[in-house]
Design a protein around this ligand. Structure first.
Ligand code: FES
Length: 604
């Protein structure tokens, strides 16, 4: 952090909040709100005279309330810049007649209560999202008595307690009597791997953090009895298994089973009951202290940032990478990258690895000073555009601007456009061309497909990233599926225009399948939500026209689901066999009539 603060080419904004982000790759404008520090950070020598005279005492957040701080304070020992900050809500001094003791004590005269928050706009080419995590709040799991018993701590509180710079200078003591405990129990997976409390995912770091804590205890006080209650121990990193074994060799007892409850007994000690899942027996353990290995939760501000940056999120609330294997640090929005627990729970080593990768990806993108954009972008046909704004509404990347009031035609920012084609599919006036996936190109493929024996064919629209790859996977895995399946590839299922479906049926298609990525996996943020809405709408129209809606299917198939692809093609074939030639002819007639009526209406 100090290196970052001193680096001539890094601008560090502390006490600052991101309030808005506009723009696109290579040209982001980030609006920041820099909070007033009330201390001139350039003049402050960090002497501490102000802190000594401050009469306001508050719990120290850095030590998780285990020690106290003043209203003028340094947030943590290595904070950058090395300067104090005033918490103006706690301070009495902004009314000098009440206090202002710090102002008098400061020789350099760097305390200024007239400072105000400042708005800053930074122009940047790429953004790395490294918002960290929020620790799980164990107040929910009150069966362990966190809110009732003082000797129940979280793993983070324990960490501060045994830290040399912590409230007890690293001395391991019980909060109630300030004496060293004789026995300590660690309860694993608090707020992790639970469908009811916290998250269903493994928080990744808790097992190793507990193992490290047991080693610290045993190295300093070998006589303390240490027990770890767990579901299983996940020591999968380099050298981690060895640490686990060392902890066991030092006498730490690992007991498989999580306690149901904890109760306070004599001398403020704790008694827990567990079912040992190895022996199958109920056990009771009496311990002087309990440590809850709390899980990692997504940072609370992630939602706001997601809206600002147009990012995807997992159902757990972490940011979703563009591709788990091939683009693990990239966001789906170009020019944005992830580092650390913003993306998923990680330990320090993994966070550093990901941060280095994100920095390298950002530099790679920026160092040339220019960006090569993909040719697959949408283009507005100005003469046809009515400025209705539908395209801008559906664009997952905010790449389209349109002024409905001034009635100026929509315009596409090709640097921000990722090429999903949802805008072209949704435009009611055919005023958007999707380069390389134009209407004509797709309709020509449909024509060619149904030139001969259309009643024997199954038309499948498959998105490039998931379903098409799923079909490929079925092929390379040599899975058998009906040979009459004909695929049309689009970049995203969002590109499948309603008119492609009508054209398919009009040319004699017995059945049509639209397939794409599962929700949350679409490579164009949430474009496939529009696919679902569109298919629903088309099916309703089919019903009204007297065409069986089952003949149009929608299926989400991922790149790894080759088996599902092959199976579903079997289902499609069974459906196809239920469609008679009479039904197909009737559909063709209905749709031709519909087209005629539409042409008459437009020319009237
Ligand atoms: Fe597959 Fe959007 S990329 S549905």
């Amino acid at each position: 952090m100090t290196d970052v603060g001193r680096h001539p080419r890094i601008k560090l904004h502390t006490l600052t909040e991101v309030v808005d982000v506009k723009g696109y790759v290579g040209n982001f404008q980030v609006k920041l709100l820099k909070k007033a520090r009330y201390v001139d950070e350039k003049e402050c020598t960090f002497c501490g005279d102000c802190v000594e005279v401050c009469p306001v005492v508050r719990p120290d957040e850095f030590n998780l309330g285990l020690s106290s701080r003043r209203a003028i304070y340094s947030p943590f020992p290595q904070a950058v810049p090395a300067s104090y900050v005033v918490n103006i809500n706690e301070c009495l001094g902004h009314n000098p007649s009440v206090c202002a003791k710090c102002v008098e004590a400061c020789e350099k005269k760097c305390i200024n209560f007239h400072m105000s928050d400042e708005e800053i706009v930074e122009k940047v080419g790429s953004i790395i999202v490294a918002t960290g995590f929020a620790p799980y709040d164990p107040k929910e799991v009150d069966e362990y008595g966190y809110t009732r018993f003082e000797n129940v701590l979280t793993s983070l509180e324990f960490e501060r307690l045994v830290n040399a710079g912590g409230p007890s200078q690293g001395k391991l003591i019980r909060p109630t009597d300030m004496k060293p405990p004789k026995s300590i129990g660690f309860i694993q997976c608090v707020g992790s791997r639970s469908a009811i409390k916290g998250g269903e995912y493994c928080s990744n770091t808790c097992c190793m953090n507990t193992i490290k804590s047991t080693l610290v205890i045993k190295e300093h006080s070998p006589d303390i009895e240490v027990k770890v209650f767990h579901i299983d121990i996940r020591a999968f990193g380099k050298g981690f298994e060895e640490l686990y074994k060392r902890s066991r060799r030092l006498g730490v007892k690992y007991i498989r089973g999580l306690p149901g409850t904890a109760e306070e007994i004599e001398n403020k000690s704790l008694r827990i009951a567990i079912e040992n899942t190895v022996t199958g027996k109920i056990e009771f353990h009496e311990l002087d202290m309990l440590v809850l290995a709390i899980g990692i939760r997504p940072e609370k501000g992630n939602r706001k940032l997601q809206e600002m940056l147009g990012l995807q999120m997992t159902p757990d609330g972490f940011f979703l990478e563009a591709h788990p294997k091939l683009q693990p640090v990239d966001a789906a929005t170009r020019g944005i990258f992830f580092a650390g627990c913003a993306e998923s729970p990680k330990d320090i080593r993994d966070s550093v690895t990901q941060a280095s990768a994100a920095a390298a990806r950002a530099i790679r993108l920026m160092h040339k000073g220019e960006i090569v954009t993909e040719p697959i972008t949408s283009e507005i046909i100005i003469e046809k555009c009515t400025s209705c704004g539908k395209c801008a509404e559906v664009c997952p990347y905010n790449a389209i601007t349109v002024d409905k009031n001034k009635k100026t035609p929509a315009s596409v920012n090709s640097a921000a456009c990722a090429g999903c084609g949802t805008c072209a599919a949704e435009c009611p006036f055919d005023a958007i061309t999707m380069n390389h996936f134009t209407d004509d190109q797709i309709i020509n493929q449909i024509d060619a497909m149904f030139e001969n024996k259309p009643d024997t064919k199954i038309l499948v629209f498959a998105c490039n990233w998931c379903s098409y790859a799923g079909a490929d996977y079925a092929g390379v895995s040599r899975l058998q599926y009906p040979s009459n399946v004909r695929l049309i590839r689009t970049m995203c299922s969002g590109r499948v225009d309603e008119k492609f479906i009508w054209e398919g049926f009009e040319r004699g298609a017995p059945v049509i399948l639209v397939s794409g990525c599962h929700f949350g996996d679409c490579h164009y943020i949430d474009a496939n939500h529009w696919t679902e809405k569109r298919i629903h709408k088309v099916r309703n129209k089919m019903e009204k026209l007297g065409i069986r809606p089952e003949r149009l299917q929608l299926k989400w198939i991922s790149a790894a689901e080759g088996i599902i692809f092959a199976k579903f093609m079997g289902t499609m074939e069974a459906l196809r066999q239920q469609v008679s030639q009479e039904e197909i002819n009737e559909t063709i007639e209905i749709l031709k009539n519909r087209k005629r009526k539409m042409i008459d209406k437009n020319t009237a």
